[in-house]
Write a protein that binds this ligand. Structure first.
Ligand code: AVI
Length: 320
């Protein structure tokens, strides 16, 4: 999945992404330094995330794929054929074909902010499903999106896998769910992946794998700040940390200063005390009830729920 900016890219005269600079400078000036997680996904970050999905400790991708293949018959029965499947974020290589094979849709509409990801995904899917009409739409799906006229008469199935909803604070997640409802219409269904609360050691390992891929993914943000915003952050002096926040039921990624640090970003000075952190990501985890509460707040009524054999991850079907 790409999360390449949930807003459109706007560059200044020197080619700097102005939203990136604004978020980084504002985030580093806060008492608890924090940078929105979407900036983790430049090209290197997106590649590292793909690598994360392959490390043994990172269970979500495997667990969700297991559900999609094991429950295909139930999806077919619950969802039925003839819908337009609207995927929020470009389809990943395995999950989308599993869903499309299961539900026999009339059309597939991938939505993504990045035209490149979108075209690649659309081509891949068309090659695999030559009879399925594919209508890619380049758009920011955090807001209501106008779907192609060709699918306007079809009932829709929204697909939002990966528990990407968990990377948003609840207020933003509710806004997104409402935008999805507005995009898909009143006769629609939504199939959404939501990762489950579980043993803290399992969660922390999933976000701090032994091979150090997640650490590299997190530190890449500091590298990106240095290269794109002319920063002098001593990246090797920042330690990756995955921390369970029980109050908010989320794994947080932080970059922790190993020693007192001073650096500049876009000519502005910043300092970190030893042990001070930059908060770089939230990944909320859900119970059956908290997942349902979030969906209901976003205008969706849960009607079915599936988990993998290890009860690690859930896929929820909700209706508008
Ligand atoms: C994309 N997203 C659902 C991932 C997650 O699990 O929250 C991003 C990630 N961050 C660290 N590892 C994976």
């Amino acid at each position: 999945p790409t999360q390449q900016g949930l807003t459109l890219v706007d560059k200044d005269d020197s080619g700097v992404d102005t939203a990136f600079r604004r978020d980084v400078l504002a985030g580093l000036a806060q008492p608890q330094k924090a940078i929105p997680a979407r900036w983790l996904y430049d090209d290197a970050g997106s590649r590292l995330f793909e690598e994360i999905t392959q490390v043994p400790e990172y269970y979500p991708t495997r667990a969700e794929t297991e559900i999609l293949s094991a429950k295909a018959g139930e999806f077919a029965r619950r969802i039925g054929p003839g819908r337009a499947v609207v995927e929020f974020g470009s389809g990943s290589s395995v999950k989308t074909p599993l869903l499309l094979s299961a539900v026999d849709p009339a059309a597939y509409v991938p939505l993504d902010i990045s035209g490149d990801f979108l075209r690649a995904a659309a081509e891949r899917l068309s090659a695999q499903f030559p009879d399925l009409p594919v209508y890619p739409v380049e758009a920011d799906f955090m807001r209501q999106v106008e779907l192609p006229a060709e699918v306007s008469a079809l009932p829709k199935l929204g697909f939002f896998p990966g528990s990407t909803i968990g990377n948003m604070v609840p207020r933003t997640a509710v806004d997104l769910l409402r935008a999805m409802r507005a995009t898909l219409g009143s006769n629609s269904l939504l199939l959404i992946g939501m990762d489950l609360i579980k043993d803290i050691a399992v969660l922390e390992a999933a976000y701090d794998d032994a091979a150090g891929v997640t650490a590299a993914f997190n530190r890449n943000l500091a590298r990106r700040i240095n290269s794109e915003l002319g920063g002098t952050i001593p990246v090797e002096r920042l330690q990756h940390e995955a921390r369970w926040n029980d109050e908010f039921a989320r794994i947080e990624m932080h970059l922790v200063a190993r020693e007192p640090l001073e650096f500049t970003v876009a000519d502005q000075p910043f300092a970190m005390a030893r042990g001070e952190t930059i908060h770089t990501e939230n990944s909320h985890k859900f119970s059956r009830r908290s997942a349902n509460a979030l969906l209901l707040a976003g205008g969706w009524t849960p009607v079915a729920r599936w988990t993998d054999s290890g009860e690690l991850f859930s896929l929820i079907l909700a209706e508008a």
